[in-house]
Write a protein that binds this ligand. Structure first.
Ligand code: ATP
Ligand code: MG
Length: 303
């Protein structure tokens, strides 16, 4: 699959999928996430299982068609879902809570039914991605309910449970609040995969990917890998894009130290206060690393 950096959505264009259901992301727009070996293995095994539909059927088995991705924000859940769709050569329909939650009694159930009904009727294969599923699939409540909102939520969940169970489309849901998810909904997914913070090897590969087309000194990349322990890939991307932006815009002229260039970026982007900041944000980069990095003449594959 050709890798591109763009994730720009395109409007729904299949006549059978009404435009208010979500956003279609085309396979050619996907990028491959850098995953821990365990998550990569789980993804490859799942893809192989879906491909082996006929062989499984001979033994009375069916491939699992749904997976729940859980993990902290910015670790690649959406990117992975889109990549899986792209590996199958199909578009992904990304559906958020805003596409399913309605203001009026019964409206949300209607939207869920419309979504799954449209997918059943769609002539072309599409991967359904239910983002932030906790917003619609939170635990059922027995609370007394004078305004009716709790029972409305419960009945929407009942519809969702049934539709998820019956769904014959490849479906991936994502959440970064797995503890709030309804147990019955959780169980409806054939696989539950944790897309967690990257380890040392993955951080190095992510920093290197987003360094391109600049060739960062290996010792500098090693130091950044070490000092960004605990950072999500999205933050690593912001860090490297910030450094590149500053170089291109001449904000970090030759002669300044790498530590100053990094400090200029980390002073303006930081992890959410709920997360312990990586040491790069608290201790900074030590002095002495060469700066600026050279620019590659021909672009290397990004990993
Ligand atoms: N594992 C990864 N490898 C490379 N880049 C990544 C990875 N994870 C995230 N990114 C980059 O970070 C950005 C955000 O990633 P993504 O939206 O997939 O995260 P998410 O887990 O879905 O976050 P959220 O929980 O906030 O929805 C993307 O632009 C993507 O390029
Ligand atoms: Mg996401």
């Amino acid at each position: 699959m050709r890798e591109t950096r763009s994730m720009s959505p395109t409007p729904l264009r299949r006549a059978t999928l009404p435009a208010d259901l979500g956003t279609i992301l085309e396979p050619g727009e996907a990028e491959e996430p850098i995953l821990t070996p365990a998550v990569r293995r789980a993804m490859i095994d799942w893809m192989a299982e879906i491909e082996a539909r006929d062989a499984l059927a001979q033994a009375g088995l069916k491939p699992r068609l749904s997976a729940l991705l859980e993990g902290p924000p910015g670790c690649g859940k959406t990117t992975l879902a889109h990549h899986i769709a792209a590996r199958r050569g199909i578009p992904m329909l990304a559906v958020g809570a805003e596409n399913l939650l309605g203001m009026y009694l019964g409206e949300s159930e209607g939207k869920v039914a419309k979504l799954f009904g449209a997918l059943e009727q769609s002539r072309s294969e599409v991967l359904l991605f239910l983002d932030e599923i906790d917003a619609i699939g939170g635990k059922r409540s027995n609370a007394t309910d004078p305004g009716g909102s709790v029972s409305a939520r419960n009945s929407m969940l009942t519809v969702l449970l049934r539709r998820v169970e019956q769904c014959r489309t490849i479906m991936i849901a994502a959440t970064n609040r797995p503890d709030t998810l309804d147990e019955a909904l959780w169980r409806r997914f054939g696989l539950q995969i944790t897309v967690d913070l990257p380890g040392d090897d993955e951080r190095y590969a992510i920093l290197k990917r987003y360094a391109a087309p600049f060739r960062f000194d290996e010792d500098l990349l090693d130091a950044l890998t070490d000092l960004t322990e605990g950072a999500a890939p999205s933050l690593l991307r912001q860090l490297m894009e910030g450094l590149k932006r500053d170089m291109i815009l001449g904000r970090t002229p030759a002669g300044i130290d790498a530590a100053d260039a990094v400090a200029a970026v980390t002073s303006a982007i930081r992890p959410h206060p709920d997360y312990e900041p990586p040491r790069l944000w608290t201790a900074g980069l030590p002095d002495g690393f060469p700066w600026p990095p050279s620019r590659e003449t021909s672009r290397e594959p990004g990993r």
